[in-house]
Every structure is written in structure tokens, then in C-alpha cells.
Design a protein around this ligand. Structure first.
Ligand SMILES: [Fe+2]
Ligand SMILES: [Fe+2]
Length: 163
């Protein structure tokens, strides 16, 4: 194995966090389906797919470095959202939390002089800047809507944030 035990354990934990992000956004997508906002549901399906991609990317890196991938059980995602705005607010907070975790991993890589992992994590540092920014922009948009009709009218425009 080319990375430390500690790093392998922390990266495995991040695989779990990314799968939990997938699970969380999928639950949000289904919540949007049930409140009749299909555009938002589609947006969150795409977001969920990205998170699954992140999990697989880190798992792939562990394998490349000769470490074991250890998948573990996920907690139940939150499902009882009261409004579109609450969902997007939680998304912003979630992405900020993931950013902190990625920064902790980067700090560990730096501490261990693990240049390969630091380089690998660089992509995630950049990705998180984008993810927090997009979530914040989505929240700003959703806050402008005062009712469901306005949210529905907004549904085509939210995809421009992903371009
Ligand atoms: Fe992610
Ligand atoms: Fe994310």
C-alpha cells in the first residue's frame, strides 16, 4: 500500500460521505417529485449522480494505491422537508460540511508529505468551490420565488447553473 493506514481510513470515510451525499440528494429529488416540482427533481437527480461519481472516484484511487475499499452502511437520509427553500438551504450547509472534510483530508496529506493524495484531492478542492457556489446561487434563486407557481416558472432556468 502506497498511502498510510490513517489516510486509507480517512479516504474510506470520504467514500461513505460521498455516497451519503448521493443518498441525501436522491431523497431530495424524490421530495421534489412529491411536491410536483419535476424540474427541481431532475436537477437533484443529476446532483445525486455526481456525488456517486465522487464516491467511485475516491474508491478508484484507493484501489490504485493498493488500499482496500470498505463500504459501510449509510444512515437514513432526511426526507421530511417542509419546502423547496428548506431543501436548498440544507444543500448549501451540506456542501459546506463536505468542503470542510475535503480540507481536512488535504491537511492530512500535507502533514504526511503524501504528494500523490494531495494532488488527487486538488480536484475535489476545486470541485467544492463550484459545488458551494452553485448551491448558494440556487438558494438565491429559490428565495426570489414567493409561491409554487414562481418555483415552477424557475425550473428551466435552474439548469443554467449547471452549465
Ligand atoms: Fe461530492
Ligand atoms: Fe457535492
Amino acid at each position: 500500500m502506497m498511502i498510510s493506514e490513517t489516510m486509507a481510513a480517512k479516504l474510506n470515510q470520504q467514500v461513505k460521505e460521498e455516497f451519503f451525499s448521493y443518498w441525501t440528494y436522491l431523497a431530495m429529488a424524490y421530495r421534489f417529485e412529491s411536491i410536483g416540482l419535476k424540474g427541481f427533481a431532475k436537477w437533484y437527480q443529476l446532483q445525486a449522480d455526481e456525488e456517486k461519481g465522487h464516491a467511485l472516484k475516491i474508491a478508484g484511487y484507493l484501489i490504485e494505491q493498493g488500499a482496500d475499499v470498505k463500504l459501510t452502511a449509510l444512515d437514513n437520509p432526511k426526507t421530511d422537508y417542509a419546502s423547496a427553500q428548506e431543501i436548498v438551504q440544507v444543500t448549501v450547509e451540506h456542501e459546506k460540511k463536505i468542503t470542510r472534510l475535503i480540507h481536512e483530508l488535504m491537511a492530512l496529506a500535507n502533514k504526511e508529505d503524501d504528494f500523490a493524495t494531495a494532488s488527487f484531492l486538488g480536484w475535489f478542492v476545486d470541485e467544492q468551490v463550484e459545488e458551494v457556489s452553485i448551491a448558494q446561487q440556487l438558494l438565491d434563486m429559490v428565495k426570489l420565488a414567493s409561491d409554487k407557481v414562481q418555483l415552477m416558472l424557475m425550473e428551466n432556468r435552474i439548469f443554467t447553473l449547471r452549465e
